[in-house]
Design a protein around this ligand. Structure first.
Ligand SMILES: Cc1cc2nc3c(=O)[nH]c(=O)nc-3n(C[C@H](O)[C@H](O)[C@H](O)COP(=O)(O)OP(=O)(O)OC[C@H]3O[C@@H](n4cnc5c(N)ncnc54)[C@H](O)[C@@H]3O)c2cc1C
Length: 322
């Protein structure tokens, strides 16, 4: 039996006071779309030890759980998350550089990682320039651009596994075939990424800085980076020689608005919150795009954005709206 909210509030009091907990907190300021309802509570463990303690509590009391990184690729229902959200914004924010390798905690941000690697004249992370995510989120999503994907650099992933009878530490050494477009097949759905080891290689510092500057400028020109969004909403369809934004454009949906959600005028694969969007507005807009594209072009668009979902102990608990 899962706990109810009253019992949840009681067991939460048994956690060490050093673990930051916010109760009944809105998740809308914790994701880049700036929408979504509240969670029973958000826990922000800072260390692996604190994460282990939170997970032990979750396991022992069968507390419904969802994991949030920087919230740059998730849709959060307006009804919120009826359970605990572990947020990794302040989790293991350490980097350890040795030779051409870096070990980065799950809460380390992409921009910081790129800056630190450029300072060491190391190359490889150009492939994630402009991706606003955490190390954990990037591993889960196999974040990437036309220059490549983060999985090509990852040598090792440390994770905690939430099992019925224990919380177990595992170390994975993924091979290239363990990664796929915006995902991986080696981490089970009950794994929480703690840190990852990446292999980089020496680069020409001048060339590297010029490339990074150019990539960021190109993003600024082509993407609505000042408006709340989740980046690309859809994958590019396979084998039709057209990108998702071209397909949405061809359906006449550039600028189309439902409530406060709008197909960006600047980039049709970006759905933006114009100020007062709800998650329902965004979902209705997605459904409208998908239906129109299918009706007019016979193309089935696949969402790249994911719902923030309870995955433990019952993975079907919070996915119905999606
Ligand atoms: C303006 C903009 C541009 C973008 N451009 C790109 C791009 O070019 N390429 C690209 O690939 N993506 C892009 N994205 C999407 C996003 O930045 C990436 O998917 C990123 O990797 C998500 O990281 P996050 O920390 O925000 O993860 P979140 O969005 O918080 O979470 C994503 C998923 O990972 C899970 N998760 C997060 N942390 C952990 C953890 N430690 N352990 C287990 N599960 C975890 C969550 O439960 C969720 O299922 C863009 C987004 C924006 C807003």
């Amino acid at each position: 039996m899962m706990v109810d909210q009253q019992e949840f509030d009681r067991v939460l009091l048994t956690l060490s006071p050093s673990i930051a907990i916010q109760k009944n907190v809105s998740l809308s300021r914790m994701n880049t779309w700036r929408t979504g309802g509240s969670a029973w509570a958000v826990a922000e463990p800072k260390t692996e030890h604190e994460l282990q303690e939170v997970l032990e509590l979750v396991r022992a009391h069968r507390i419904p759980l969802a994991i949030l990184g920087w919230g740059s690729n998730v849709w959060i229902p307006d009804a919120g998350i009826p359970g605990l959200v572990i947020r990794t914004k302040s989790f293991e924010v350490e980097t350890h550089w040795v030779g051409n390798q870096v070990i980065a905690g799950a809460g380390v941000g992409a921009t910081r990682l790129i800056r630190e690697s450029a300072d060491r004249d190391l190359s490889g992370l150009e492939r994630i320039v402009g991706v606003p995510g955490s190390m954990g989120g990037m591993v889960m999503m196999n974040a990437g651009t036309h220059l490549g994907e983060v999985g090509e650099l990852v040598r090792e992933v440390e994770a905690l596994l939430l099992l019925e009878d224990q919380v177990e530490k595992r170390v994975y050494k993924p091979k290239i075939q363990d990664w796929h477009y915006r995902g991986n097949s080696f981490l089970p759905s009950n794994a929480i990424v703690v840190r990852a080891k990446l292999d980089l290689h020496p680069g020409d510092p001048e060339q590297l800085r010029a490339l990074l500057k150019d990539l960021l400028e190109r993003r600024k020109k082509s993407q609505p980076i000042d408006a709340p969004s989740c980046g690309s909403t859809y994958r590019n369809p396979d084998g039709i020689g057209k990108k998702a934004w071209q397909v949405i454009d061809a359906a006449g949906l550039r600028g189309h608005k439902i409530g406060g959600a709008q197909v960006s005028e600047k980039h049709s694969n970006f759905l933006i919150n114009t100020g007062n969007a709800t998650s329902d507005d965004l979902l209705l807009l997605m459904r409208h795009i998908e239906e129109t594209v299918q009706k007019t072009q016979g193309i089935v668009l696949q969402r790249e954005v994911k719902p923030l979902a309870i995955f433990w102990p019952d993975s079907t608990a919070s996915q119905s709206a999606w």
